[in-house]
Design a protein around this ligand. Structure first.
Ligand SMILES: [Mg+2]
Length: 253
């Protein structure tokens, strides 16, 4: 049994939320996930209460985040920070692409191994093995070889039943650091929630910036912990209640 431990909520927080495994339960294939009823509205209310300082920080492309959380379109980092949209809606993206030969190689590898799923995000390639966990080491090795062949600008990011070939140019830490330099995040205390190794960068950045890290589940450790996505959603609801209505103008709903 996971003991819930969370910091006392404060109106000066900036919330950074991983998506899969944190806000949303995993599904056998990444396309099959969907927000629980009411989650999008809850995130909208929290964002309003925090003066706009709520961002999604995910390995998913922004486009997918927007489809999942429509009509919210919050500040967000996609592709582990390779894409980023400010609270004001300005987008930046790292223009690297996985080379065609590498893509062909890894898709042939995935075809040879039933149970694997290739997620092609253009700038990154993720090989998921949730349906065939015994293939984890084989996947790590194959994606590792691909990264090595591309040189030092690329690396493998290991997550929950996934190995992802990705440029080193950005990560979840650089995303958090970029957000906190901008309004409405600047001057607030970053609080980062995440569930896997890709979030350790985000945890470290939040703590370096005087904030808090909250691990979801047992895959990673942080100062604070919540058990699973339902516990995260319940806790977000509690924060909203604890903080009450927005203190001053700007709220329109
Ligand atoms: Mg996650």
């Amino acid at each position: 049994v996971t003991r819930h431990t969370t910091p006392p909520p404060a109106a000066d927080w900036a919330l950074f939320l991983d998506v899969d495994g944190t806000l949303l339960e995993f599904a056998s294939v990444p396309e099959a996930v969907a927000p629980a009823p009411g989650l999008t509205a809850l995130l909208g209310s929290l964002r309003e209460r925090l003066g706009g300082a709520l961002a999604l920080v995910s390995g998913r492309p922004l486009e997918t985040l927007d489809r999942l959380f429509a009509p919210l379109a919050p500040a967000a980092a996609g592709l582990h920070g390779l894409e980023r949209r400010t609270a004001g809606g300005a987008c930046t993206r790292v223009g690297l692409r996985v080379p065609a030969a590498t893509r062909a190689e890894l898709s042939a590898f995935v075809r040879r191994h039933p149970g694997l799923v290739l997620e092609d995000k253009a700038a990154t390639l993720a090989v998921h093995y949730r349906a065939a966990p015994e293939l984890g080491p084989v996947v790590d090795a194959a994606v590792g070889r691909a990264a090595e062949s591309l040189g030092p600008a690329w690396h493998v990011l290991g997550g929950a039943c996934v190995a992802e070939l990705k440029p080193r140019a950005a990560n979840k830490a650089s995303a958090v650091e970029a957000f906190v330099r901008e309004p409405p995040f600047a001057g607030r205390r970053p609080v980062y929630l995440g569930d896997d190794r890709t979030d350790l960068d985000g945890f470290a950045a939040a703590e370096r910036l005087g904030g808090e890290a909250i691990a979801v589940g047992e895959r990673v450790a942080a100062r604070w912990r919540l058990a699973d996505p339902p516990a995260v959603r319940a806790w977000l609801g509690e924060i909203l209640l604890a903080l009450g209505a927005p203190a001053s103008g700007g709220a329109t709903r």
